[in-house]
Write a protein that binds this ligand. Structure first.
Ligand SMILES: [Zn+2]
Ligand SMILES: [Zn+2]
Length: 483
């Protein structure tokens, strides 16, 4: 008998943690951070105490209670305080592996706490992206997937055993684990390297979509996945449903081409500085703005962090220009001393960027020639506006999803306050979703044609029920189904 347990991320978007037990193997399908649940207890200045290992996360119910799954260093810390709910650290490995669909933290984040003996099966691009993000981020405890500090953190980075590391095994189109075969397919999503999976075993075949869409530049990948998956006559389809209802479904649904066209119109009309705000991991969006900047004869400016990620993606063989490209400029932020002194830029990753000798600009260079640049910027970089001081006629293009939680609405309000003060209000919202629209989700289900449909990663699973009736099984968090 096969089993699927939905530990997390079912009737909400993100935090996916699904356990598939098939032909005596156990695989997790993603092991993400659940932002929504995390927000019940934590915020910017109230965080899980790193000094308490996974204690805070466990007691607040942010990770499932399973023995033999979590890092031994963390479990030992917890059991030394009299809590054996996660075991002693001496149990056998609970799972044979984690299949990680893509590099978004709501699918990958809490792999940080998984034992390093349990391998992560994922694409080379997903691994490269996650490693690059770890390198440039400051708060690492909950998102250190590939290189983590063992707890309790005694000693220093020079002490042997101070760091631990998860191993990624790069997926191939067809993989064998005893009687289980896993077939992997690239799918189109707002981050490159995303995959959908088909698992076949003695008990049947299971399809997991991860996050995907049918309106992006690589829609052919999603189409190929749908058609290929249908050939297995799958018993169960576990499918996302982010856009089944919500703000995006009520208005015209934009494609990446539409973003290119609309952003182009706005950019051509802009006389001052242009800001583009999008996730740097969204390579298609990066290319859209990079190409547009070139077309209108402006230089494309990215921050050092973005430069590091772009450089990593380029190194991983992705089709993005490297940071030495003639049209890319790297923006040097003021750091530490505030005088742009060389010693202020001593981190390894910054040195790596600067050693490549990209063209660099400082705020003053942009301020004095603002109509020559497109500046790639995000919420966390808003302080740069103080140095950039854009003049009237400048424009802020917000090219990511609209606020849908209370916290995001507060952030948006705060961002608007900045934009009002710096001649950038109102901003332009130009975006194409990373997730399939409702009609496309239905098309995916009709094509794959499974016997049972299980919606996850959605606040509106009942929309599938309305379309597909009895075939749909709406599960609650923690539920196990057998097949
Ligand atoms: Zn997701
Ligand atoms: Zn995603």
């Amino acid at each position: 008998m096969g089993k699927i347990t939905f530990y997390d991320g079912v009737k909400e978007i993100g935090g996916t943690k699904i356990l598939l037990e098939i032909s005596k193997k156990k695989f997790f399908l993603d092991f993400g951070m659940n932002y929504k649940k995390r927000n019940f207890f934590f915020e910017e200045f109230l965080n899980p105490r790193v000094a308490n290992g996974i204690g805070d996360l466990f007691f607040l119910g942010l990770i499932p209670k399973i023995k033999g799954l979590y890092r031994k260093d963390l479990v030992k810390m917890l059991s030394s305080e009299g809590t054996n709910d996660l075991g002693s650290g001496n149990e056998e490995n609970y799972a044979d592996g984690i299949f990680l669909s893509h590099a978004h933290f709501d699918h990958s984040g809490y792999i940080s706490f998984i034992r390093e003996e349990i391998p992560i099966y994922t694409s080379k691009i997903t691994e490269s992206l996650l490693r690059a993000m770890e390198e440039v981020s400051v708060t690492k405890f909950e998102t250190s997937i590939f290189k983590f500090i063992r707890r309790p953190a005694v000693g220093s980075w020079k002490t042997p055993g101070y760091y631990g590391e998860h191993k990624a095994i790069h997926i191939t189109p067809e993989m064998n684990f005893g009687n289980v075969k896993v077939f992997t397919y690239p799918v189109d999503h707002s981050v490159p390297g995303a995959h959908g999976f088909v698992f076949t075993g003695n008990e049947g075949s299971i399809v997991y979509t991860g996050d995907l869409r049918l309106h992006g530049k690589n829609k052919k990948d999603t189409e190929n996945f749908m058609v290929s998956a249908s050939k297995f006559n799958p018993d169960i389809l576990i499918i996302e449903g982010t856009n089944l209802r919500g703000k995006d479904t009520n208005r015209e649904f934009w494609t990446e081409e539409k973003v290119y066209q609309k952003a182009g119109e706005v950019m051509k009309k802009t006389s001052g500085l242009i800001f583009a705000d999008f996730s740097i991991r969204d390579v298609n969006r990066f290319m859209t703005f990079y190409i547009l900047s070139k077309e209108i004869g402006r230089k494309f400016v990215i921050t050092m962090k973005d430069a590091y990620l772009i450089h990593s993606m380029n190194k991983a063989g992705m089709d993005v220009p490297d940071i030495t490209d003639e049209n890319i400029y790297v923006y040097i932020k003021k750091r530490k001393s505030g005088t742009y002194a060389e010693k202020d830029y001593s981190e390894k990753w910054i040195k790596e960027i600067l050693s490549m000798k990209p063209k660099v600009v400082k705020a003053k260079d942009i301020r004095e020639n603002e109509n020559a640049f497109v500046f790639v910027m995000r919420y966390w970089d808003l302080q740069e506006l103080v140095d950039l001081r854009p003049q009237k006629g400048s424009k802020y293009i917000h090219s990511s999803s609209e606020a849908h939680t209370e916290e995001q609405e507060i952030d948006e309000w705060r961002m608007n306050n900045w934009l009002k003060l710096f001649n950038l209000y109102p901003k332009e919202h130009i975006h194409a979703s990373g997730h399939a629209r409702k009609e496309d989700l239905f098309k995916i289900v009709y094509t794959i044609n499974p016997k049972i449909i299980i919606p996850v990663h959605t606040e509106h699973p009942e929309e599938y029920l309305k379309e597909f009736g009895d075939k749909v099984k709406i599960v609650n968090e923690g539920a196990t189904i057998t097949f």
